[in-house]
Design a binder for this molecule. Structure first.
Ligand SMILES: Nc1ncnc2c1ncn2[C@@H]1O[C@H](COP(=O)(O)OP(=O)(O)OP(=O)(O)O)[C@@H](O)[C@H]1O
Ligand SMILES: [Mg+2]
Length: 251
């Protein structure tokens, strides 16, 4: 059997905020194609873990390895350049701007105009590619010039994920992606996560919703008071059993 090495690993990662130890000695191996759910009660350290992984905060100790290399992310933009994208609950979309403009924000395509010296935005190529990114997520929206404010919650998530794909992210971190959504929208977002898994993306998912976790995750890690207390494949685990594990701190 060939040994598969993890896509990224955390080794003995800790994070202190003054006197508060938000994370202590966390080890985590994440493999390509995993959808790993990070669960735990309020204040367990889930968001802190994501912030350290996404470059929003710098760990107080320990190491983060990505594809075998030690990483020192200085900012979310830095992490994104290395293929680690984070989608926060507010999605950070510009509601008045089009789907295309949101997907290409900060990474617009241009084309030459009047020879070599002048470049203009290549709107047609961006719109075509925007459509292709959405199609990879099995989402079709007729008009790429639609302002994002007119989309449903699920479609907005698809735009935010497409933006991560535009940056060639292979690790996509999502903090509570279904928290503000209704039943249909939640089902759509769970489908988006499944599509990411099928296309060999790796997803780190924070969720308080046990039904969502058992529906899409391949693995779950449970945090309690900043420590990882449990880490297991989902393998048909029920939502009730997962809730029980979180309440008992992984016992
Ligand atoms: N910027 C900060 N300054 C001080 N303490 C913080 C800061 N951010 C988080 N903490 C503390 O670190 C601990 C972990 O917080 P974190 O936000 O990671 O928890 P969480 O698991 O995401 O909780 P929730 O489910 O409520 O979102 C908590 O005790 C919290 O009060
Ligand atoms: Mg949180």
């Amino acid at each position: 059997m060939t040994e598969v090495s993890p896509l990224f690993s955390l080794r003995d990662v800790s994070k202190r905020y003054g006197a508060v130890e938000a994370l202590t000695g966390v080890d985590l191996d994440v493999y390509s194609g995993d959808v790993i759910a990070i669960c735990g009660d309020n204040g367990a350290g889930k968001s802190t873990l994501i912030k350290v992984l996404s470059g929003a905060e710098i760990a107080s100790g320990g190491e983060i390895m990505l594809a075998g290399r030690r990483m020192h992310f200085r900012s979310p933009q830095d992490a994104l350049a290395q293929g680690v994208a984070t989608i926060y609950q507010d999605l950070a979309l510009a509601p008045r701007l089009s789907i295309t403009a949101n997907i290409f924000m900060g990474a617009e395509l241009t084309r030459p105009l009047l020879g070599r010296f002048l470049r203009v935005l290549d709107k047609a190529r961006m719109a075509k590619q925007a459509e292709a990114y959405l199609k990879r997520l099995a989402v079709s929206i007729d008009d790429m010039s639609t302002p994002v404010e007119r989309l449903s919650g699920g479609q907005r998530q698809a735009v935010a994920i497409s933006r991560a794909l535009r940056w060639n992210a292979n690790v996509i971190i999502m903090d509570e992606p279904t928290a503000a959504l209704g039943v249909r929208e939640t089902a759509m977002v769970l489908d988006l996560i499944r599509r990411l898994r099928e296309t060999r993306h790796t997803v780190v998912l924070i969720s308080h919703n046990m039904a969502d976790v058992v529906a899409v995750a391949t693995r779950v890690a449970i945090l309690k008071s900043g420590r990882k207390v449990f880490d297991t494949p989902i393998d048909g685990m029920s939502a009730g059993r997962l809730a029980g594990l979180i309440m008992s701190g992984g016992q």
